[in-house]
Design a protein around this ligand. Structure first.
Ligand code: BGC
Length: 363
């Protein structure tokens, strides 16, 4: 099935784009003689604010600093659009393509096609299972999940709840990162469920990390648990905010700790108010810079040693990788995210949040 799609797509490109596949005999992957041009496909703008507010900004910053041509586009959670954008970028002569896949199947098709055209490839943030990217740049995603599990556990201890019922709002089932986050928080929470220190409540994965759907799902979880949920492991700030909106409706916000990820403005504000227990900050500027350095090297036909690999559990490949370190954020260190230039004080401390910011030492 997959093979069929690939063949048709490749033929389509040959006839319409007029490019010849695999005509390279220089042994450098076809990039050395070309002017570096980097294409980036972001996944959407709703599952997390980060893609448009952080990744786009920091990738532009890195590409501009390096003086390379670039084209950053957003597939808006549309898999067909994702493939069309990739085709256009390849036809327009990108020498390196960086993707944040919407699922491994469509991601693989795009990577394989780019490779067959001599375009260098990078999996940015999400590993494409069974894919062919030359590099993978991300954070240590299992550690992200571990910080969430530890964070929830710390906040439940602070609240002094005995045998708390914990529900899970996992990320998209088609995002390998969601699998890694869950492995991380399970490593902390499962032993507590097994020892009956905690009670496992409802668990659901949220398709495509859809925030609106997450609210409906959490409302159902709360009903299913007869209103008795004491802590919510939400895999990112958007899902956390969805749970908080339902907790608010039930006058339970602030009483039930909720986790998150991405240190979004909304997530940080929820922490300042006390509706969210913690978030995980990932310094996207560093992620963008690392990916940009690799993409530029590849575009010049150079190879860089990242000193680390990640095993693709589906393809069995050891993918050369850069994995950065995430950081847990609580009310006390919201200021670190601002000091790092990820979000501004003006955004986070607007209006009613000004006093809460002052209380949290944000000056
Ligand atoms: C990213 C998260 C993001 C989520 C939803 C994951 O792959 O690592 O930072 O919140 O996707 O976009």
């Amino acid at each position: 099935m997959r093979k069929g799609i690939l063949t048709i797509a490749a033929v389509g490109l040959l006839t319409t784009g007029g490019l010849t596949a695999c005509s390279d005999d220089s042994g450098d992957g076809g990039a050395a003689a070309k002017t570096p041009k980097i294409g980036v496909i972001l996944p959407d703008s709703k599952s997390s604010a980060r893609w448009e507010t952080a990744d786009r900004r920091f990738l532009e910053e890195a590409f501009k600093a390096a003086g390379v041509q670039y084209d950053i586009q957003n597939a808006q959670n549309d898999k067909t659009a994702f493939q069309t954008i990739a085709d256009q970028m390849i036809t327009s002569g990108v020498t390196a393509l960086m993707i944040v896949n919407l699922d491994s199947g469509t991601g693989k098709a795009v990577l394989d096609k780019a490779k067959s055209q001599g375009v260098a490839t990078i999996d940015y943030d999400r590993l494409t299972l069974g894919g062919s990217a030359q590099y993978y740049v991300s954070f240590d995603n299992e550690t992200v999940g571990k910080l969430q599990g530890e964070g929830l556990s710390k906040c439940l201890t602070d609240k002094g709840v005995k045998n708390p019922v914990v529900s899970y709002l996992n990320g998209s089932p088609t995002d390998n990162n969601a699998t890694l986050f869950k492995a991380g928080y399970d490593s902390v929470l499962k032993p507590k469920f097994d020892s009956k220190e905690y009670v496992k409540g409802p668990e659901d994965a949220v398709p495509a990390w859809d925030n609106a759907q997450a609210a409906t799902i959490f409302e159902q979880q709360l009903t299913k648990a007869n209103g008795k949920i004491d802590g919510v492991l939400a895999a990112n700030d958007g899902l956390g905010n969805a749970a908080i909106s339902i907790l608010k409706k039930n006058k339970l916000n602030g009483k039930v700790p909720v986790t998150g990820q991405d240190a979004s403005t909304e997530g940080l504000q929820n922490i300042l108010v006390g509706d969210q227990c913690m978030t995980v900050y990932k310094a996207v500027r560093e992620e963008a810079k690392a990916a940009s350095d690799l993409a530029i090297a590849l575009a010049k036909g150079e190879k860089k040693d990242t000193g680390q690999t990640v095993k693709d559990p589906e393809g069995g490949r050891d993918v050369p990788s850069v994995l950065l370190t995430p950081k847990a954020i609580y009310k006390e260190n919201v200021k670190d995210v601002i000091a790092d230039g990820y979000v501004t004080k003006e955004e986070v401390c607007a209006g009613a949040y000004a006093k809460l910011c002052a209380d949290a030492g944000i000056s």
